[in-house]
Design a protein around this ligand. Structure first.
Ligand SMILES: [Zn+2]
Ligand SMILES: [Zn+2]
Length: 248
């Protein structure tokens, strides 16, 4: 128990790929990826659209690809899988978590003999306190990441094609805990003001404490979340480092 608390205290999530800029000197491009440190495994969630940009951004932020132990891909869209091959070229000694329905090209391992690919449709445990939601969505299959912290659950999404509210509900159902932070792409670009207001209302009734909306969320929805969540809306973009310790 003390060990568990200690590990979670230093939990840090760094956005290494995003179409929004948070910190100057890093490259922006369409897509999303973040590195999670401070859990049992060091994780990479998604890989953005371009491996060169991903690796250059990681290098500038002193994140060594060799440190990554587990890699979770949210869904089989180029803006989340595009950096995968380049990343594996640097470090193929990883556990790679895919949904069954993703393209076989993603984990074809002739080039990457050390790669351990895991395909599944169900929710699964990646390491202590870190889980996937399992497959959601019928048209575009997607999984999200759930980190179980002493402050509540952190949900990280790629594009949230299955619906951001449904993903949050799924995380809550799977682990029966409060939601501390929801972050990533929320895919609300085509929603109107009323629909966005309704989604934010849902976040509040689900007890979501902090929000970090980025990537494909859309400027209008990002602004609306910021207006409602105020200091609990985390400005996401490439270079943002979220230290869970710093959040109340
Ligand atoms: Zn997508
Ligand atoms: Zn996307």
């Amino acid at each position: 128990m003390p060990d568990q608390a200690k590990a979670q205290d230093s939990l840090t999530i760094t956005v290494v790929f995003d179409n929004y800029e948070y910190k100057q000197g890093l490259e922006t491009s369409w897509g999303f990826a973040c590195v999670i440190q401070g859990m049992e495994d060091t994780l990479l969630f998604d890989t953005g659209a371009d491996g060169d940009i991903l690796l250059r951004n990681m290098e500038k932020m002193n994140l060594d690809p060799q440190q990554i132990e587990s890699l979770v891909i949210s869904h089989d869209h180029w803006d989340h899988t595009g950096g995968l091959q380049a990343f594996l070229g640097q470090n193929d000694r990883v556990d790679l978590y895919l949904l069954d329905s993703f393209s076989q090209d993603l984990d074809a391992n002739e080039r990457f003999p050390n790669l351990k690919a895991h395909r599944s449709l169900e929710s699964r445990k990646i390491c202590e306190h870190v889980y996937t939601t399992g497959k959601m969505g019928s048209r575009i299959a997607e999984q999200s990441l759930i980190i179980d912290t002493s402050k509540g659950l952190i949900v990280i999404t790629g594009c949230a094609h299955p619906g951001i509210v449904d993903i949050v509900k799924q995380a809550k159902t799977l682990l029966s805990k409060q939601i501390f932070l929801v972050m990533g792409g929320f895919h609300l670009r085509d929603k109107n003001d009323t629909e966005i207001a309704d989604i934010i209302q849902n976040f509040q009734s689900l007890g979501v404490n902090y929000v970090g909306a980025s990537h494909c969320t859309g400027d209008k929805a990002i602004k609306a979340f910021a207006n409602t969540y105020k200091e609990r809306a985390i400005d996401l973009g490439v270079g943002q480092v979220i230290r869970i310790d710093d959040l109340q």
